[in-house]
Write a protein that binds this ligand. Sequence first.
Ligand SMILES: C[S@@+](CC[C@H](N)C(=O)[O-])C[C@H]1O[C@@H](n2cnc3c(N)ncnc32)[C@H](O)[C@@H]1O
Length: 282
Amino acid sequence: MVTRVSSGGVGHEMKEIEANKRAWSLVARDHYEAFSARLREEHSLLNDIVTRELGDLSGKKVIHLQCNTGADTLSLARMGARVTGVDLVPANVHYARKMAKELGVENARFIESDVLALADIHGERYDVVFTSEGAIGWLPDLHGWGHTIRHLLDDDGFFYIFDSHPFQLTFDEEKMSEDILEIAYPYFGREPDVDTRIGGYASEAKDGVNYFWMYSVGDVINALAGAGLHIEYFNEYDFLYFRLPGMEPVDKGLWRWPHYRGKLPFAFSLKASVFRPVAGID
Ligand SMILES: C[S@@+](CC[C@H](N)C(=O)[O-])C[C@H]1O[C@@H](n2cnc3c(N)ncnc32)[C@H](O)[C@@H]1O
């Protein structure tokens, strides 16, 4: 992953989204090449926790928000779901469609859209809304995100996310590998951090200015609850979904620093369904 280097300002969200769009497009081709090579060897690139917690998806209509070049979208399709991947970046959508065609995955389609604008252009409902592994920090408005998820969900459907734990994101990553905890990004910071490098988890990072927002655990839960969702669980894990120096493998797609085992949350998963008031209770 990359290191965030300074603080930006609020009130320039369009400029920031445009910068993120440009930055992510720089690594689209490299991601396509890396992921398609892996998907030729492996049936699914989903990590073990996600696979287990999502359960049986056969026949389900699933939408995958912030799908990048579609590797996880195609993994969901191979689990038997009918999947729609959504991403901001035209090149990501182009390569996702190309990868689906080349791998012969027919039950996947892709939409180019800002997640926060999706409700304006897409009226379909889904059994499952899915997002994972580096999603929420790219969005400037978690309340808008919560309402988009509710808009997409069928009344009997559920939302599932597996992402970096907000607490862990406060620390300087490089120092953590040396067992040093130094707060680099305030937990309650509300201004986006500016970085000059993009990507780095699937292929080499590249130069490209990008913006990333910090959210607290409360922000995530309140955004979903405020949109009318009922939180079924919030699980915390002492491992991550990418490998940094000094980490050891835990399960498929998951790694941990031995010195933080059982001590700090690194990732979380959350499942939510549409809130239904109990009959007879006001
Ligand atoms: C770290 S990647 C997520 C990777 C993902 N876990 C996957 O399935 O490969 C973040 C993705 O979010 C996308 N993104 C960033 N801002 C977005 C927005 N406002 N709307 C939709 N997608 C966005 C980027 O283009 C990028 O593909």
